[in-house]
Each structure stands twice: as structure tokens, then as C-alpha cells.
Ligand binder design. Structure first.
Ligand code: ASP
Ligand code: MG
Length: 422
């Protein structure tokens, strides 16, 4: 294995391929940006808000599904026409395959498997458009079915990937890369050990880009966003927000854990383990400010980082008889959290109850309540705001939260967190 070819993975999210003009821009960007000898895996999300629309199809009662689905198929055919691409047959057969897979899962009563089959159509279609557009531009580009490479297990909608098996699973993808400079493939989806399509959780394409970097032995990952890299705050809340040029892997892990939405939380770990750099760049200004996430063990962050999350829910779990909350209760509680898929952003233990903060997701919270059953009482408060500040001083935190009622506060190391009423 003496290949010295530079390989990379590049990820484009929904906003960067939202319509024909956006797809043209991606093609242009790759033509300008890729070095002649560089082999690139280009990981693409579904166009714009397609995944939301496909979730609607899945949620709709049977007779309505076909109409909504037909609209999504037509929208993709229209983009192909606008781009002058002759891919109608390919698009139609990709949609047809997903539809058939979803219908068969539904018939078997496998609702979550049907979800995965429906929503995967978004990525299968967007990558067809991007791959053929790149080829039309003159790039040596081919389409790849990522389900050949990303093998999964565990629950549908939140599949797990055996990261240790990626290199072996990546052999055929590496061959495809050796034959064509650019391989365009899907983020977010994979193939389960049962043979069905799976998905890695909403916004999972960043994670896919990291996984594929491992599978092909890439030297870097670039995530192309509509913002100039990772900023020290959301410009919506802080107009003075700035791009942070360098971030250590460990710090990036912390930030995404605390809810910084610039990258999907699972993305950094596989890169950190292999010492791979991750660039976050703007597809609107490819040469503008950017962030490099890499091994910077001695880097001392010189700007405070602010992470705001709204629509947070505070959940208090107590034993029904108000008894002391002991270890075996906690075991039951954590296993219920895991089964319900409730992602805990912050937690606090008291003698008789346990409090936690999570994003609002009514279905999961209801599942949690059902799982905890008779033994526990669950109380929740919705509509809260969570501020996390890292590397900031107390004065900054006070100033930012001056007129708000604080429900819970936690200070640990360089992190201060405040849960507040809006
Ligand atoms: N298309 C999927 C979603 O919208 C995956 C992604 O964009 O990363 O969640
Ligand atoms: Mg998306």
C-alpha cells in the first residue's frame, strides 16, 4: 500500500445544494479548489429542506404519501432539467427503489425502517445531480452508493457504525477513487446488517464525511458551510461574533457536546483518534476566514465561546414514593434515557430527584415517561433557554443573562452553564 496520493473528503450540506444554482456553485468550487493530484470523496446531503419533506411523507397516512412523494420526485426532475442533465431515468429508479423499500418495511410493520428508506431518497437523488453535474463540468467524477461502505447496526434512524471496520469496508471505494478523481456520495445513510437502508441521525452527514475519511485514508476533511468557519458565538445572538481560526480536537468535541451546531457531535471523535485535521470553510467565500480543527495540545483559547440553545426542556425525575434516589434507580433511569433516545445536555442529581436538560422532542419524552412507568414521577418544564460559556469570566455571563430568571446554574472548570426562563 505505497500510494502517496493525497486524499480528502469534502462535505456539502443541504443549503449548499438547495437548487440548480447552488449545485453549479459546488461544481465550480470543486474545480477551483481541488489540486490536480488530489482524490476527493464528496459527501452530499439532501437538497435544502428535502429531508423534512420526506419525514412528512413518512408521517402521512398511506393515501397521502404518494402525492407528497410525487412532488419531491418532480422537484428533483425539474432541477435536472434546469441543469440540462439527462438523468431522469436514474432519478426515477432511485426514487422507485426507496419507495419500494419503504412500502415493504411498512407492510411488515417496521415503521423506523420505513423512515430510513423514505428519507434516504433525498441523499440518493441529490448526489445523482451533483455527480452528473460535476462530470458535465469536466471533472472526472462518479456517483457512489455509500451503503456499500458505511455498514451499520443498532436502531433504525440512529444507526451505529463499527468504525474499526471502516478501512476494510472502504476497499471498493478506494478503488473507485483510484479510477476517478472525484467520487460523489451520500451523507447520513448506510446499510444495516439486515440489508436494509439505515440513517445515522438528523444532520449526520458531517459524521459520514469523517467516517469516509477513515475508510479511504484521507489526509483531511473539509466541511463547507454557509458560515465562515466556527465562530465564537452565533451571529444571530452576538453580531460581533468572530471566526475562531484554530480549535483543538478536544475543545471541538466539548463545543459540539454543549450544543454548538456548526458540526454534528459524532464527527470529531474518529478524526481526533487518527489525528486528522478538519477544516470548516464557507462555500460562499471559499478563500475567506475558516477554522482548522486539529491536534493543538498547547493552544489556549483567547476568546470566550458562547453557545445558546432555545426550546430546551428541564425534566425532573423522582421516585413515586419520594424515596432517596439510589444507584439502582439511576441505572433504570439511564437505561430508559438510552432506549428513548433522549440526549442529555446537562444533568443534576439531588437526593430525591434527578434533573436533566434536553432538546424538546415530545415523542422521545413521552417514550421516556412510558419507560419509567409506575416507579418514577416525571415533571417537565418547556420553553427554556440554555447558555453555555467556555473560557469566559463571570462578569460576561452575568451581563448576558441579567434580566432572566435562572432555573439551574452549573460551573465546572472553564464552563459555565445557565438554564433560564425566556
Ligand atoms: N439530510 C439529512 C438531514 O437534513 C442529513 C444532513 O443534512 O446532514 O438531517
Ligand atoms: Mg440536511
Amino acid at each position: 500500500m505505497a500510494e502517496q496520493v493525497p486524499r480528502s473528503t469534502h462535505k456539502f450540506g443541504g443549503a449548499s445544494v438547495k437548487d440548480a444554482a447552488a449545485i453549479r456553485r459546488v461544481g465550480q468550487l470543486l474545480s477551483n479548489h481541488l489540486r490536480p493530484e488530489e482524490q476527493a470523496v464528496v459527501v452530499v446531503s439532501a437538497m435544502g429542506k428535502t429531508t423534512n419533506a420526506l419525514e412528512e411523507v413518512w408521517r402521512s397516512p398511506g393515501p397521502e404519501q404518494e402525492g407528497r412523494w410525487g412532488d419531491i420526485v418532480q422537484a428533483h426532475l425539474d432541477v435536472a432539467t434546469e441543469l440540462g442533465l439527462d438523468v431522469a431515468d436514474r432519478l426515477q429508479s432511485a426514487f422507485e427503489a426507496s419507495w419500494q423499500e419503504a412500502q415493504s418495511a411498512q407492510r411488515e410493520g417496521l415503521a423506523e425502517a420505513a423512515y430510513d428508506a423514505f428519507v434516504s431518497a433525498g441523499e440518493l437523488a441529490s448526489t445523482t445531480l451533483v455527480a452528473f453535474w460535476c462530470a458535465a463540468l469536466g471533472l472526472d467524477a462518479v456517483w457512489w452508493d455509500v451503503r456499500e461502505t458505511v455498514r451499520t447496526s443498532g436502531p433504525h434512524r440512529h444507526a451505529r457504525v463499527d468504525e474499526a471496520a471502516l478501512w476494510d469496508a472502504g476497499a471498493s471505494l478506494r478503488e473507485a477513487l483510484a479510477a476517478s478523481q472525484v467520487v460523489v456520495t451520500q451523507g447520513f445513510i448506510g446499510r444495516h446488517d439486515c440489508g436494509r437502508t439505515s440513517t445515522l441521525g438528523r444532520e449526520g452527514s458531517d459524521y459520514s464525511a469523517a467516517l469516509l475519511a477513515v475508510a479511504v485514508g484521507a489526509e483531511s476533511v473539509t466541511i463547507w458551510k454557509d458560515v465562515p468557519g466556527m465562530m465564537n458565538a452565533d451571529p444571530k445572538w452576538h453580531p460581533e461574533a468572530q471566526t475562531v481560526p484554530k480549535v483543538d480536537h478536544a475543545e471541538a468535541l466539548e463545543l459540539s457536546y454543549y450544543g454548538a451546531s456548526v458540526i454534528h457531535p459524532r464527527t470529531v471523535k474518529p478524526l481526533q483518534q487518527r489525528g486528522l485535521p478538519l477544516w470548516i470553510r464557507s462555500f460562499l467565500a471559499p478563500e475567506g476566514p475558516a477554522t482548522l480543527i486539529d491536534d493543538f495540545p498547547d493552544l489556549v483559547p483567547d476568546q470566550p465561546m458562547f453557545i445558546w440553545r432555545d426550546d430546551q426542556v428541564w425534566v425532573e425525575v423522582a421516585t413515586s414514593d419520594q424515596s432517596f434516589l439510589a444507584e439502582d434507580h439511576l441505572k433504570d433511569l439511564f437505561s430508559a434515557l438510552d432506549s428513548a433516545g433522549v440526549h442529555v445536555r446537562m444533568m443534576q442529581q439531588h437526593a430525591t430527584h434527578f434533573g436533566l436538560v434536553t432538546d424538546r422532542d415530545d415523542i422521545r419524552l413521552q417514550t421516556l415517561e412510558e419507560l419509567l412507568g409506575q416507579a418514577f414521577q416525571v415533571r417537565r418544564e418547556d420553553g427554556l433557554l440554555l447558555l453555555t460559556v467556555r473560557h469566559g469570566d463571570a462578569a460576561v455571563v452575568h451581563q448576558l443573562t441579567a434580566n432572566r430568571e435562572v432555573v439551574v446554574e452549573q460551573v465546572a472548570g472553564v464552563t459555565t452553564r445557565r438554564l433560564m426562563r425566556n
